[in-house]
Design a protein around this ligand. Structure first.
Ligand code: ZN
Length: 343
């Protein structure tokens, strides 16, 4: 036992004199003294050779030895940490940190916000409504009674528990809710997601986004409609864009017109986007049908109004030349990252 105690004293001196300035040296210390095959373990193995009556006293010495080794190890570790040990371990605290990925706005959100801000400047308020609608607000109130052939153009998804409920096919349902709850003058735009029972392809999708507008007041004329939409396309696409109106049919407006703008891709020379006509359709519009006004107790002899509706995907396609509708909902980060600079 004497011999073992002397040996421990010698080890203690060695430990006290140990100079380790790098993490590697400190680790070497740990392996030598505190490792599974280290000196502390080895010395403790000497316990079994100690006579029983001395075991208690020897145990105390052993314990003190072990604590000494551990304390010295912690001391060395702390010293390397404060004496530039990080640099030796490969850390350089002056390096810039890893960048945190910042998300970008979805192109459809960018364009919807632009559309909304243009109409806001003209005094339009934003109105929103539910995506699950009843038949009346989506169709009936909009002069699309049951069995009306125009319903075929807007087949949608129905809620099986209640056949009166459906996913709205246009945001006209929001206009219906506004006319229901407000008295003229009414001046709102209704941005939102709409649904159609369509096969998904590059040109069609089962859901898309619209911005519709409604203006009802005394003496609102078709000239107001044209000027409002003309202002919109100039703000959206630039001063050089040309517009034309083509007569059309919608059950909820009379007269109705579709509006084309000169093709921005080819400048009017003809390309795939404009089907070689030089013109692209961007929205539908018209004077609110007297029947629709009557549906909400608005006197058509006193009030007139205009309405219009456009697809956000369509405007985005023209602005950013996105040629496949499916890209908008595939969550492909390579596609979405291209809009980092847009606000
Ligand atoms: Zn073109």
């Amino acid at each position: 036992m004497e011999q073992l105690v002397q040996q421990m004293e010698a080890y203690k001196k060695e430990m006290a004199a140990f100079e380790g300035k790098t993490p590697e040296a400190v680790e070497a210390f740990r392996i030598k003294f505190l490792g599974t095959k280290g000196i502390v373990k080895d010395v403790m193995g000497g316990m079994k050779e100690v006579p029983n009556e001395q075991k208690k006293a020897f145990g105390l010495v052993l314990n003190e030895f072990k604590q000494f080794a551990e304390a010295r190890y912690e001391e060395l570790k702390a010293a390397t940490a404060t004496e530039g040990g990080e640099a030796a371990a490969g850390y350089d605290w002056s390096l810039p940190g890893d960048q945190i990925g910042v998300g970008t706005r979805h192109p459809l959100s960018i364009v919807r916000n632009q559309i909304v801000s243009i109409f806001r400047r003209l005094g339009f308020a934003v109105a929103e409504g539910p995506e699950i609608e009843d038949d009346w607000h989506n169709f009936g109130a909009m002069n699309l009674p049951e069995d009306h052939p125009a319903r075929d153009m807007q087949d949608t998804f129905y809620i099986s528990q209640n056949p009166d409920w459906l996913l709205r096919t246009h945001t006209s349902s929001v206009q219906a809710r506004v006319m229901e709850s407000q008295k003229p003058p009414i001046r709102v735009i209704c941005p939102g997601r709409v649904y159609r029972n369509e096969t998904v392809s590059a040109r069609a999708h089962c859901f898309f986004h619209q911005v519709e507008g409604l203006y009802i007041d005394e003496n609102v004329s078709f000239a107001d409609l044209k000027q409002t939409l003309y202002f919109f396309v100039q703000e959206m696409f630039g001063k050089d864009v040309k517009v034309r109106f083509r007569p059309s049919y919608f059950p909820f407006t009379e007269p109705s017109a579709e509006m084309d703008i000169s093709c921005l891709i080819c400048g009017g020379d003809g390309c795939n986007i404009c089907k070689h006509t030089g013109w692209v359709e961007i929205l539908g519009s018209g004077m609110v049908h007297p029947k629709v006004l009557e549906n909400f107790g608005i006197d058509p002899n006193k009030y007139t109004g205009f309405a219009f509706g456009m697809g956000v995907e369509r405007i985005t396609q023209l602005k950013y030349q996105v040629n496949d509708l499916r890209l908008y909902s595939q969550n492909d980060i390579r596609f979405l990252k291209q809009f980092t600079g847009a606000v």
